[in-house]
Design a protein around this ligand. Structure first.
Ligand SMILES: CC(C)(COP(=O)(O)OP(=O)(O)OC[C@H]1O[C@@H](n2cnc3c(N)ncnc32)[C@H](O)[C@@H]1OP(=O)(O)O)[C@@H](O)C(=O)NCCC(=O)NCCS
Length: 167
Protein backbone atom coordinates (compact mmCIF):
# COMPACT_ATOMS: atom_id res chain seq x y z
CA UNK A 1 0.00 0.00 0.00
CA UNK A 2 1.52 3.37 -0.96
CA UNK A 3 2.31 5.90 1.71
CA UNK A 4 -0.19 8.76 1.92
CA UNK A 5 2.01 11.13 3.87
CA UNK A 6 5.16 13.11 3.31
CA UNK A 7 7.59 14.20 5.95
CA UNK A 8 7.86 18.02 5.70
CA UNK A 9 11.29 19.37 4.81
CA UNK A 10 13.51 19.96 7.80
CA UNK A 11 11.76 17.44 10.06
CA UNK A 12 12.28 13.79 10.83
CA UNK A 13 10.08 11.07 12.29
CA UNK A 14 10.93 9.87 15.77
CA UNK A 15 9.31 7.21 17.94
CA UNK A 16 11.05 8.00 21.21
CA UNK A 17 11.05 10.81 23.73
CA UNK A 18 12.31 11.18 27.27
CA UNK A 19 9.70 11.64 30.02
CA UNK A 20 10.91 15.16 30.84
CA UNK A 21 11.05 16.19 27.20
CA UNK A 22 7.45 15.12 26.61
CA UNK A 23 6.33 16.73 29.86
CA UNK A 24 7.85 20.09 28.80
CA UNK A 25 6.35 19.77 25.31
CA UNK A 26 2.85 19.20 26.73
CA UNK A 27 3.31 22.00 29.25
CA UNK A 28 4.11 24.43 26.43
CA UNK A 29 1.24 23.07 24.36
CA UNK A 30 -1.26 23.79 27.14
CA UNK A 31 0.31 27.17 27.89
CA UNK A 32 -0.08 28.13 24.22
CA UNK A 33 -3.81 27.39 24.46
CA UNK A 34 -4.19 30.19 27.00
CA UNK A 35 -5.79 30.29 30.45
CA UNK A 36 -9.17 29.14 29.13
CA UNK A 37 -7.64 26.13 27.48
CA UNK A 38 -10.17 23.88 25.82
CA UNK A 39 -7.91 20.88 26.10
CA UNK A 40 -8.86 18.46 28.82
CA UNK A 41 -6.74 16.98 31.56
CA UNK A 42 -3.58 18.01 33.29
CA UNK A 43 -0.39 16.21 32.50
CA UNK A 44 1.76 15.79 35.59
CA UNK A 45 5.27 14.38 35.32
CA UNK A 46 4.14 11.06 36.77
CA UNK A 47 1.21 10.81 34.36
CA UNK A 48 3.50 11.52 31.40
CA UNK A 49 5.91 8.80 32.60
CA UNK A 50 3.22 6.20 33.00
CA UNK A 51 1.59 7.10 29.66
CA UNK A 52 4.92 6.80 27.87
CA UNK A 53 5.32 3.30 29.33
CA UNK A 54 1.90 2.14 28.20
CA UNK A 55 1.67 4.03 24.90
CA UNK A 56 3.49 4.47 21.64
CA UNK A 57 4.80 7.77 20.37
CA UNK A 58 4.93 9.15 16.85
CA UNK A 59 6.70 12.46 16.64
CA UNK A 60 8.44 14.91 14.37
CA UNK A 61 11.69 16.54 15.38
CA UNK A 62 13.31 19.52 13.74
CA UNK A 63 16.85 19.53 12.36
CA UNK A 64 18.29 20.29 15.78
CA UNK A 65 16.36 17.38 17.27
CA UNK A 66 13.69 19.28 19.19
CA UNK A 67 10.27 17.68 19.50
CA UNK A 68 7.81 19.78 17.45
CA UNK A 69 4.75 17.61 16.89
CA UNK A 70 3.54 14.39 18.49
CA UNK A 71 0.85 11.76 18.81
CA UNK A 72 0.64 9.50 21.84
CA UNK A 73 -1.51 6.44 21.21
CA UNK A 74 -2.38 3.06 22.65
CA UNK A 75 -2.60 -0.14 20.65
CA UNK A 76 -5.82 -1.97 21.48
CA UNK A 77 -7.11 -5.19 19.89
CA UNK A 78 -9.51 -3.32 17.61
CA UNK A 79 -7.59 -0.13 16.97
CA UNK A 80 -5.25 2.67 17.89
CA UNK A 81 -6.57 5.04 20.50
CA UNK A 82 -5.05 8.50 20.37
CA UNK A 83 -4.53 9.81 23.89
CA UNK A 84 -3.16 13.22 22.98
CA UNK A 85 -1.72 14.98 20.00
CA UNK A 86 -0.40 18.42 19.26
CA UNK A 87 2.03 20.57 17.35
CA UNK A 88 4.14 23.28 18.98
CA UNK A 89 2.50 26.60 18.15
CA UNK A 90 5.29 28.13 15.98
CA UNK A 91 5.34 24.94 13.91
CA UNK A 92 1.62 24.70 13.16
CA UNK A 93 0.11 24.82 9.70
CA UNK A 94 3.19 23.31 8.09
CA UNK A 95 1.68 19.89 7.59
CA UNK A 96 3.33 18.27 10.62
CA UNK A 97 0.20 16.72 12.10
CA UNK A 98 -1.09 15.75 8.68
CA UNK A 99 2.15 13.81 8.27
CA UNK A 100 1.91 12.08 11.67
CA UNK A 101 -1.76 11.13 11.22
CA UNK A 102 -0.90 9.86 7.75
CA UNK A 103 1.85 7.73 9.23
CA UNK A 104 -0.55 6.30 11.85
CA UNK A 105 -3.13 5.67 9.13
CA UNK A 106 -0.52 3.65 7.23
CA UNK A 107 0.07 1.54 10.34
CA UNK A 108 -3.67 1.16 10.86
CA UNK A 109 -4.23 0.17 7.25
CA UNK A 110 -1.56 -2.50 7.34
CA UNK A 111 -2.79 -3.97 10.62
CA UNK A 112 -6.49 -3.53 9.72
CA UNK A 113 -7.16 -1.39 12.74
CA UNK A 114 -9.26 1.70 13.15
CA UNK A 115 -8.07 4.88 14.85
CA UNK A 116 -10.21 6.55 17.45
CA UNK A 117 -10.00 9.71 19.48
CA UNK A 118 -11.99 12.29 21.40
CA UNK A 119 -12.11 15.95 20.52
CA UNK A 120 -13.36 18.85 22.62
CA UNK A 121 -16.68 20.12 21.29
CA UNK A 122 -15.22 23.63 21.08
CA UNK A 123 -12.07 22.76 19.20
CA UNK A 124 -13.19 23.39 15.60
CA UNK A 125 -9.64 23.45 14.21
CA UNK A 126 -8.97 19.91 15.39
CA UNK A 127 -12.49 18.68 14.57
CA UNK A 128 -12.40 20.02 10.99
CA UNK A 129 -8.90 18.68 10.55
CA UNK A 130 -10.00 15.15 11.53
CA UNK A 131 -13.01 15.32 9.24
CA UNK A 132 -10.77 16.36 6.39
CA UNK A 133 -8.69 13.25 7.08
CA UNK A 134 -11.87 11.16 6.94
CA UNK A 135 -12.50 10.65 10.60
CA UNK A 136 -16.21 10.29 11.31
CA UNK A 137 -18.30 11.26 14.30
CA UNK A 138 -19.38 8.20 16.26
CA UNK A 139 -20.88 9.66 19.40
CA UNK A 140 -20.66 12.09 22.27
CA UNK A 141 -19.23 11.65 25.77
CA UNK A 142 -21.06 14.17 27.93
CA UNK A 143 -19.12 16.19 30.51
CA UNK A 144 -15.88 14.44 29.61
CA UNK A 145 -13.55 17.41 29.98
CA UNK A 146 -12.57 19.21 33.15
CA UNK A 147 -14.41 22.36 31.99
CA UNK A 148 -17.62 20.30 31.76
CA UNK A 149 -17.62 20.22 27.96
CA UNK A 150 -18.57 17.19 25.93
CA UNK A 151 -16.13 15.12 23.92
CA UNK A 152 -16.99 14.24 20.34
CA UNK A 153 -15.96 10.64 19.65
CA UNK A 154 -14.49 10.13 16.20
CA UNK A 155 -12.91 7.26 14.37
CA UNK A 156 -11.17 6.47 11.12
CA UNK A 157 -11.54 3.11 9.42
CA UNK A 158 -9.24 1.83 6.72
CA UNK A 159 -12.07 0.36 4.68
CA UNK A 160 -13.76 3.78 4.46
CA UNK A 161 -10.61 5.70 3.64
CA UNK A 162 -10.10 4.99 -0.04
CA UNK A 163 -10.86 7.68 -2.57
CA UNK A 164 -9.46 10.65 -4.45
CA UNK A 165 -9.70 13.30 -1.71
CA UNK A 166 -7.29 11.47 0.60
CA UNK A 167 -4.32 13.67 1.49
C1 LIG B 1 -4.90 20.67 15.59
C2 LIG B 1 -3.38 20.66 15.46
C3 LIG B 1 -2.87 19.39 16.09
C4 LIG B 1 -2.99 20.72 13.98
O1 LIG B 1 -1.58 20.54 13.89
P1 LIG B 1 -0.72 21.16 12.68
O2 LIG B 1 0.62 20.53 12.71
O3 LIG B 1 -0.82 22.62 12.66
O4 LIG B 1 -1.56 20.58 11.47
P2 LIG B 1 -1.19 20.66 9.93
O5 LIG B 1 -0.21 21.75 9.66
O6 LIG B 1 -0.86 19.29 9.50
O7 LIG B 1 -2.55 21.16 9.36
C5 LIG B 1 -3.52 20.28 9.03
C6 LIG B 1 -4.81 21.06 8.82
O8 LIG B 1 -5.26 21.63 10.05
C7 LIG B 1 -5.96 22.83 9.76
N1 LIG B 1 -5.37 23.88 10.58
C8 LIG B 1 -4.19 23.83 11.21
N2 LIG B 1 -4.03 24.94 11.94
C9 LIG B 1 -5.12 25.71 11.73
C10 LIG B 1 -5.55 26.98 12.21
N3 LIG B 1 -4.80 27.71 13.06
N4 LIG B 1 -6.75 27.44 11.80
C11 LIG B 1 -7.51 26.72 10.95
N5 LIG B 1 -7.16 25.52 10.46
C12 LIG B 1 -5.97 25.02 10.86
C13 LIG B 1 -5.84 23.10 8.32
O9 LIG B 1 -7.06 22.64 7.74
C14 LIG B 1 -4.72 22.20 7.84
O10 LIG B 1 -5.01 21.75 6.58
P3 LIG B 1 -4.21 22.34 5.29
O11 LIG B 1 -2.83 21.75 5.39
O12 LIG B 1 -4.98 21.82 4.14
O13 LIG B 1 -4.20 23.83 5.43
C15 LIG B 1 -2.74 21.91 16.14
O14 LIG B 1 -3.49 23.06 15.77
C16 LIG B 1 -2.63 21.83 17.64
O15 LIG B 1 -1.65 21.27 18.18
N6 LIG B 1 -3.61 22.37 18.35
C17 LIG B 1 -3.56 22.40 19.82
C18 LIG B 1 -3.70 21.04 20.40
C19 LIG B 1 -4.99 20.37 19.99
O16 LIG B 1 -5.99 21.03 19.72
N7 LIG B 1 -4.96 19.05 19.98
C20 LIG B 1 -6.12 18.29 19.57
C21 LIG B 1 -6.76 17.72 20.75
S1 LIG B 1 -8.05 16.59 20.21
Amino acid sequence: MPKVFEVPDGYQISKHAEDEELFMFLKDLYAAQGPDSMMGGRWSRSLVSSELKSSALLALRDQVGYLRSMILYKTLPDGFEITILGTAKPHRNKGLMRCLIGCLQDLARSSKRRIFLEVHQQNPVAHDFYEELRFQRRGLRTGYYSDGADAILMDWRPELSEGPSQA
